[in-house]
Design a protein around this ligand. Sequence first.
Ligand SMILES: C[S@@+](CC[C@H](N)C(=O)[O-])C[C@H]1O[C@@H](n2cnc3c(N)ncnc32)[C@H](O)[C@@H]1O
Length: 251
Amino acid sequence: MLSEAQRAETLARFAAHRAAWDRNPALRACYEDWYGAIRRELPPPEHGRQVELGSGPGFARNFIPALELTDLVRAPWHDAEVSGEALPWGDGEVGALVLFDVLHHLPSPRRFFAEATRVLRTGGRVVLCEPFISPLSYPVYRFFHEEPVVMKVDPLAVEMSSDKNPFDANQAIPTRLFGRDRAAFETAFPRLRIRALRQLAGPSYVLSGGFNRPPVLPFSLWQKLHAFEEHWPAGVFRWLGFRMLTVLEKL
Ligand SMILES: C[S@@+](CC[C@H](N)C(=O)[O-])C[C@H]1O[C@@H](n2cnc3c(N)ncnc32)[C@H](O)[C@@H]1O
């Protein structure tokens, strides 16, 4: 169980991220793109409830208003307090689970995927937007981001303490899980078919400054770079990408 101090620290992080978001138009433009990509992957609402896990500062509300927002630590804008490893819904009740920068924070991704398999109805989806470790992003995430990147990990064997700080993480987990360990994932979760896997987000993301640094470029110049990246062929993002969109569909 989380302590009161951990909860207070987590809520303070949400508030800091909301403040950074309010003052950084480049960051908001990045999230608009990424949540747009997520929205396009959601099944029709008739498939069942659509829930975001680990909503944190709650940016999803701006882009997918119908999504139910939840987190391990509930803030006023969340609809419920939910652990990604013990989902409170019945078998087959859920149409979509959205995780934005959350999988690599979970104490056990394996427990989450077992729960996702249980609660999703057939045709339901898990849509994940997570860090991608590419040749360009590796040094940036490794040396300029507070969360560790430990490539030597078995993502299906990860077992962090369940009362760890909710922001503790290993940014390498998604890249390992759907890259080198993809076959192990498919064997462990045969009912979660990988429907799509795309690398995205070029250097303009880093130059936005993210949540902890001021923007590197004036916004008008940043917009030009961002628009230029939109014309890059998809394969370029395997080398220069910072994010990965993964869509799983329950068979
Ligand atoms: C990096 S933040 C991402 C927040 C938000 N999705 C965003 O992209 O702005 C990670 C979030 O995962 C949440 N989290 C960590 N462990 C969790 C768990 N076991 N179950 C649900 N949420 C969790 C944290 O509280 C935090 O809000």
